[in-house]
Design a protein around this ligand. Structure first.
Ligand SMILES: Cc1ncc(COP(=O)(O)O)c(C=O)c1O
Length: 480
């Protein structure tokens, strides 16, 4: 029977094969959330393996929060372990569909989109931008008739080397840069190249939600590291690196999404040392270092790295030109070879036209002046949001940059109800649980101040607070 699913030629240990098989069945929804799973005895007989093998598989499922144990009566399916219902209904699709929690929220049409950590398009110098597009066609008349190289346009990579050498003293060559179509692609490529099932990946808690989805899809054993307004607890970082020997630590240390927190320079240096000591790669995602409201943030981890453990992903998409979707990865040549191969399997290079437009636009003097205006405009929008929420009693740390407010609502807030009622009022926000590798943080939400204009911000927030109050007073009267 099922023993056929456990292969003799497979390099994984027997209990790991049982783990993979059970996990796949859980994901497909063969057992519902909170449903009891077959006993160790039954499965051992089914697989024709020792009971200890099944026990070890269950222990790993428990450790990875796919199952939980209740009153010593057996193992039960943990919420969040199964695929969304739509995928489960079609067993063929279920094998291929993966979660993408944030994009599901973004697909909701709403007037007051506090869920979008994107820039209001009116804040970009659109007319100036289109002048540049015309200029690019004059400079490169054959640009539409040519592919880029897979690694990216040489002229752009050379310009980026000079830019980072000036800005952060990066010691980089053009061969250590890969141009990608947004940093989302970069995270995906890195995960494909580095992470195989059960490799441990450290993620901040909370973190950028699509990163959880990508590393989960790879079958990673995800271990969260808490992030606080003043960074990480270094003893926790060291303990987890020592205990799990993780493959990588994915981090977003500058105006973090969703919290807005920034990891201080001393911690960055120390974490680079720890990563070198425990041979853990640091994958730093840096989509908005220029959006600061006071002091400039500290240099990226990459600037402190001398052993090659840091990989730097820099997006130029969010506030430079979202429509071009340009990002880059900087890493050492040994790893770059694998990344370029992976990129060639997904496309044969980021569109050349986009790269050339970006090259001329980003390095222009006007763009640099524009960043100054952008910081002021976003600082004002953040203040408006804080002002509108000031009477609510909700808690947040005022971010020193970025696009989001990470807000703690009262513990008793019924999050699903709040999201549903808000959507009825054409309001969206990001529930904290989807930013949490543990799918907890149920009383937190992410609200972005970057996408809506000042009037929409005020109006949307007033409506949102009113939805919240109605829901809370309804609940109170239910209890009377
Ligand atoms: C932390 C983080 N990483 C990656 C991305 C994706 O960026 P891109 O548009 O370059 O794919 C975002 C966008 O919101 C982000 O906040």
């Amino acid at each position: 029977m099922k023993k056929d699913v456990l292969s003799n030629v497979h390099s994984d240990k027997l209990f790991e094969q049982v783990y993979d098989y059970l996990l796949e069945r859980i994901r497909r929804g063969e057992w519902k959330v909170h449903e009891k799973l077959p006993s160790i005895r039954v499965l051992a007989a089914e697989f024709e393996v020792h009971r200890l093998t099944v026990f070890k598989a269950y222990q790993l499922l428990k450790q990875n929060r796919k199952v939980y144990v209740k009153d010593k009566s057996g193992y039960y399916v943990q919420p969040g372990s199964t695929l969304p219902l739509a995928a489960q209904q079609d067993p063929i699709v279920a094998a291929y569909v993966h979660e993408s929690c944030l994009s599901e929220i973004h697909q909701v049409e709403a007037v007051y989109q506090f869920s979008k950590a994107l820039l209001d398009p009116n804040l970009l110098p659109n007319r100036y931008f289109s002048e540049y597009v015309k200029k690019v066609f004059d400079i490169y008349p054959k640009v539409l008739g040519t592919y880029s190289t897979t690694q990216g346009d040489l002229e752009l990579r050379e310009a980026l080397c000079r830019y980072f050498a000036d800005k952060h003293h990066f010691d980089l060559t053009k061969d250590e840069i890969l141009i990608t179509s947004g940093s989302q692609e970069a995270i995906d490529l890195i995960a494909r190249v580095l992470v195989k099932p059960r490799d441990t990946v450290l993620l901040e808690r909370p973190t950028y939600s699509p990163a959880i989805d990508v590393f989960r899809r790879q079958g990673a054993n995800i271990v969260p590291i808490d992030i606080y307004p003043d960074g990480y607890r270094l003893d926790q970082v060291e303990e987890l690196m020592q205990k799990y020997k993780p493959r990588l630590f994915y981090l977003n240390p500058t105006f973090q999404n969703p919290t807005g927190y920034t990891v201080p320079a001393e911690q960055r240096k120390r974490i680079v040392d720890l990563a070198a000591q425990y041979q853990c790669l640091l994958v730093e995602d840096d989509p908005c270092p220029d959006i600061y409201f006071g002091e400039e943030p500290p240099p990226p981890f990459f600037a402190y790295d001398t052993t090659g453990c840091a990989i730097y992903i820099r997006s130029f998409s969010k506030y430079i030109a979202p429509g071009l979707s340009i990002a880059m990865v900087a890493c050492r040549p040994s790893f770059m070879t694998y990344l370029v191969k992976a990129k060639s399997l997904s496309d044969s290079g980021t569109p050349l036209l986009n790269q050339k437009i970006f090259l001329h636009y980003f390095f222009s003097e006007r763009m640099q002046q524009h960043l100054e205006k952008l910081r002021t405009a976003l600082a004002i929008r953040k203040e408006i949001m804080e002002e509108e929420l000031s009477a609510t009693g909700w808690q947040w740390n005022s971010p020193a940059g970025g696009f989001n407010l990470w807000i703690k609502l009262p513990e008793s807030t019924p999050m699903e109800g709040l999201l549903g009622k808000s959507m009825e009022q054409s309001i969206t926000f990001v529930p904290g649980s989807i930013c949490d590798p543990r799918r907890e943080l149920n009383s937190w939400i992410r609200m972005s101040y970057s996408y809506l204009n000042e009037l929409q911000l005020r109006e949307g927030l007033r409506r949102f607070v009113s939805v919240f109050r109605q829901l809370s007073s309804g609940r109170k009267s239910d209890h009377l």
